[in-house]
Ligand binder design. Structure first.
Ligand SMILES: Nc1nc2c(ncn2[C@@H]2O[C@H](COP(=O)(O)OP(=O)(O)OP(=O)(O)O)[C@@H](O)[C@H]2O)c(=O)[nH]1
Ligand SMILES: [Mg+2]
Length: 440
């Protein structure tokens, strides 16, 4: 989402770094470019103006300009201000520590409320808490069913009272939860096309009845500045406790994400980054700022890895590499583990510097699938010892995986190159890697 902004900032920073000696004048020029980049990314104009003003004030002191690396210093100031703009510290959602804790979800139509309800329920479940999702949208005909299907897919209890008003449904749901050992009640409320009085009154009444521990507004990042205005209006009427930015995986310019905190003064607590129920992350200002400035987001990457990768298996794999025993079986397993973490493109973007370097290297999931199909068509023996692959075996694998013999030869070549690389790798360095981390 922040690619265009990242690219532009990188150009500005390159100039700053190369400038050697900096003067107030060339700092000013650079910051004008920064402001332009922010505006082009659809950042609210007041936010962009104030941002640049602060960076400028902090940049022109003697301390910075006469320092050894003034360009670097200014980049650091931009980074720190970006973190501040996004809210400084990460603010987690209220812990699930009462029986029941209540989260109320609100937002405009199609912003991602129901999806978020499912995601939060799944997270709660993974923490061994018992969630209850509540269908409080009685207006859109398929809304109740949609949430039911979602709840069933993750084996979570669903609550609805047919023919009742949303206020009563929510109040009854919380009562039901207290009696039935539910840890977390998630209220999926109705959306509207625009902020209107009926909706706000209904939400205010529900809030009054259930006193939620979190009143989360889902703001669709794809809608740009509209999302910011919506957030402001919701906050004024309802005093929300947090914003969830949804659809951060989209290709909008990112301005909403960057302005919403400053304009509403309400913390962004979660980031929704895809349609799958596992695509929900805590919002970390520091990490997003680093990502925008091309510094990568290695912390999120490691977190993702530790969630999806079996540490014990990873350690075994490392041993095998150390002993030069890494074969196609291991490769297959490794690929499947990485797959669990998400699309390769998004993972590469988190590696510092890689976003840029690999920009034109399109990771084609189809290529990966083809590679996996070939390996899956091999027998165990062949995977362990690819040397035995002669003409007739290759022909069989080609037919079995729907590929050409050339594709198989290419994979074998790549694999041999990888094995060679492993052999050459500094083994001490491998041993020093944190538990579970692989060198690739
Ligand atoms: N790419 C992407 N799609 C999302 C995300 N969150 C939700 N969606 C999609 O957006 C669409 C609307 O999501 P819903 O959760 O139904 O939205 P809602 O706010 O409940 O909508 P209403 O109930 O009609 O008001 C669905 O197609 C979701 O799959 C996200 O983070 N990324
Ligand atoms: Mg919905």
């Amino acid at each position: 989402m922040f690619d265009a902004l990242s690219d532009k900032l990188e150009v500005v920073f390159k100039k700053l770094r190369g400038a050697g000696k900096l003067t107030e004048k060339n700092v000013q020029e650079s910051l004008r470019e920064v402001r332009k980049a922010l505006l082009e990314a659809d950042v609210n104009y007041k936010v962009a103006r104030d941002f640049v003003k602060i960076v400028q004030e902090k940049s022109v002191g003697d301390e910075v300009l006469k320092s050894i690396e003034p360009g670097q210093q200014i980049i650091k100031i931009v980074h720190d201000e970006l973190v501040a703009l996004l809210g400084g510290q990460a603010e987690p959602v209220a812990p699930i520590d009462k029986a029941p804790t209540v989260y109320m979800i609100c937002g405009l139509q199609g912003s991602g409320k129901t999806t978020l309800t499912g995601k939060l329920a799944l997270q709660a479940k993974r923490k061994n808490k018992k969630p209850l999702v509540v269908a409080a949208d009685i207006y859109r005909p398929a809304a109740v069913k949609q949430l039911k299907v979602l709840a069933d897919s993750i084996d979570v209890e669903h609550f609805h009272l047919k023919g009742k008003q949303p206020q009563e449904i929510c109040a009854e749901a919380v009562k039901y939860a207290s009696k039935n050992f539910i840890d977390l009640v998630i209220l999926d409320t109705a959306g509207r096309l625009h902020v209107d009085d009926d909706l706000m009154n209904e939400l205010q009444e529900i809030k009054g009845l259930v006193s939620p521990d979190e009143l989360l507004l889902v703001a669709d990042s794809m809608t740009g500045q509209d999302a910011v205005n919506v957030a402001r209006e919701f906050h004024e009427r309802l005093d929300i406790t947090g914003v969830v930015l949804s659809k951060l995986d989209g290709d909008a310019r990112g301005g909403a994400a960057l302005s919403i905190r400053q304009v509403t003064n309400c913390p962004i607590k979660l980031a929704s980054t895809g349609e799958k129920l596992s695509d929900l992350e805590p919002f970390h200002p520091e990490r997003l700022a680093s990502r925008i400035l091309g510094m990568g987001d290695i912390v999120s990457l490691v977190e993702k890895a530790s969630e999806s990768i079996d540490l014990e298996k990873a350690e075994k794999m490392k041993e095998k590499i150390l002993k030069s025993q890494f074969d196609f079986e291991d490769f297959l397993e490794q690929m499947q583990q990485v797959r669990k973490m998400g699309p390769l493109d998004s993972l590469l973007g988190m590696i510092p510097g890689a976003g840029k370097a690999l920009k034109n290297v399109k990771v084609d999931e189809k290529d990966v699938n083809r590679m996996l199909a070939i390996i899956q068509s091999m027998t165990i023996e062949e995977r362990r010892n690819p040397k035995i692959l002669d003409g007739s075996r290759k022909k069989r694998i080609a037919a079995g995986s729907g590929n050409s013999i050339q594709a198989i030869n290419q994979l074998l070549k790549q694999f041999a190159a990888m094995q060679k690389m492993f052999n050459n790798m500094n083994k001490m360095k491998m041993k020093g890697l944190p538990k579970g981390m692989m060198p690739f």
